[in-house]
Ligand binder design. Structure first.
Ligand SMILES: Cc1cc2nc3c(=O)[nH]c(=O)nc-3n(C[C@H](O)[C@H](O)[C@H](O)COP(=O)(O)OP(=O)(O)OC[C@H]3O[C@@H](n4cnc5c(N)ncnc54)[C@H](O)[C@@H]3O)c2cc1C
Length: 398
């Protein structure tokens, strides 16, 4: 738990950073580098790795000072880097020096990160994945195909989960690596979404080499390391806005204010219900943030993600109903390869509506998260697992 003295310290450090590196004047990379050096990128990380060794809940105090001075929300500039790679590297890199060499350029957003987990035959059943990594001296040789890899076309580094022992049951034969996306044998192909954007990709790995030093955790312990990534992913996606009326509900409120002629009592009723859900979600996340210490978030991150994803979809459906026929107008379906995630990357409301359909799939589908909630929080009987205890290579695959 944090103390009042810790909170004061964080605010003072943040105050010094914005005084010495005014985010409205210096380049964004310089500002984010100063935040890293001062320990404000992730205040719960160890000193030297972008943190101050304090409680995770104090990040909000740092962010409030940095953003009030005009600082960016770094998560949107390098979402997989900040939300998933950083906690995984800080906890599992082979040495603090190696972790630091990855974390600083990640924090400044010079190095974008991506996550090579899902495959054509392994999404919800991630532990069933088939991409193989075979030891060869001091390195590993990787072959396989990944899919839905957000930002792979811009990424310098990737979090990779691969099978190193097909004779073990599926969870036990996995190992976790950091892959250089510029290494020979790594090929990326865009996948276009219904928004017109191509923010994700297929990634083909053909004899791509990874030095053993870039393994995270022990050989065969990849599932445990992946849990750090997945729990932080869900918690990051489900975090929502910190101020009352912020986050996606702000879009609905702004549209309501802007279209008085489209208002009806039924829509008013729906907006009030959505606002109440958004407020409950915001307060639940705020409580989780305040009580969070170091380490990875628990199943409460999965609950936040589940609730936030369904709320986003309902908010944007409401916006389309309020827009009426205007909701069917869409700027352009030209393929867009997102360059940077600046403030406008989410595009017009129509684009946000289409993009929100993916919210209940990315980072774990709502069905799977309900299973997590049922099993880990409520203690209900587990899902059927026909492959339990069987060697991965003996499990039939379609
Ligand atoms: C926008 C977006 C970005 C993404 N970015 C990345 C990324 O950067 N890196 C990455 O590795 N992956 C990424 N993904 C992939 C994502 O993690 C998977 O799509 C997701 O885990 C679901 O897997 P699947 O698509 O294979 O669906 P499947 O697992 O085939 O599921 C199909 C359907 O079956 C249901 N289902 C499956 N198993 C169960 C069960 N046990 N109980 C009840 N229902 C079940 C699912 O809920 C779903 O409705 C992204 C996906 C999206 C949409």
């Amino acid at each position: 738990m944090s103390t009042a003295a810790d909170a004061t310290r964080v605010e003072e450090v943040a105050g010094r950073v914005v005084a010495d590196h005014d985010p409205r004047r210096v380049p964004v990379q310089e500002f984010l580098g100063a935040c890293f050096d001062a320990g404000l990128s992730w205040v719960h990380f160890p000193e030297g790795l972008g943190g101050l060794g304090l409680s995770r809940g104090l990040q909000a105090s740092a962010d409030a000072v940095l953003q009030a001075a005009g600082g960016p929300t770094p998560f949107w500039l390098n979402p997989i880097g900040y939300g998933m790679a950083a906690p995984t590297l800080s906890e599992h890199a082979r040495s603090p020096e190696l972790a630091r060499s990855w974390l600083r350029p990640l924090a400044t957003t010079e190095d974008i990160w991506c996550q090579l987990f899902s495959e054509p035959g392994a999404g919800s059943d991630l532990a069933g994945l088939a991409t193989s990594a075979v030891r060869d001296g001091d390195s590993w040789v990787v072959n396989g195909q990944k899919v839905w890899t957000s930002l792979a076309h811009r990424a310098r580094w990737a979090l990779l989960l691969a099978r190193t022992d097909p004779d073990q049951p599926k969870h036990k034969g996995l190992t976790y690596f950091v892959l250089d996306m510029e290494a020979p044998g790594v090929r990326t192909r865009p996948l276009r979404q219904m928004t017109g954007q191509a923010e994700f990709n297929e990634v083909f790995l053909e004899d791509a080499r990874i030095p053993d030093e870039h393994r995270l955790g022990a050989v065969g312990d990849g599932w445990r390391v992946a849990m750090t990534t997945l729990m932080n992913e869900r918690s990051a996606i489900g975090a929502g806005g910190t101020e009352r009326g912020s986050g996606t509900i702000a879009d609905a409120l702004a549209l309501w204010a802007d279209r008085p002629h489209r208002r009806t009592p039924v829509l008013r009723d729906r907006l009030a219900a959505l606002w109440t859900r958004a407020e409950a979600q915001r307060l639940t996340s705020a409580r989780a943030r305040r009580t969070a210490t170091a380490g990875s978030p628990g199943p409460e991150g999965s609950v936040s993600k589940l609730v936030a994803a369904e709320l986003n979809q309902d908010v944007y459906e409401f916006c389309m109903d309020l827009l009426g026929p205007e909701g069917t107008l869409y700027g352009s379906y030209e393929v867009r390869r997102e360059g940077g995630r600046d403030a406008d990357w989410r595009g017009a409301l129509q684009q946000r509506f289409l993009r929100s359909r993916a919210n209940t799939i990315e980072g774990g589908t709502s069905e799977v998260l309900r299973n997590v909630l049922g099993e880990r929080v409520l203690g209900l009987p587990g899902d059927l697992r026909a492959d339990a205890g069987k060697a991965w290579k003996d499990v039939p695959r379609g």
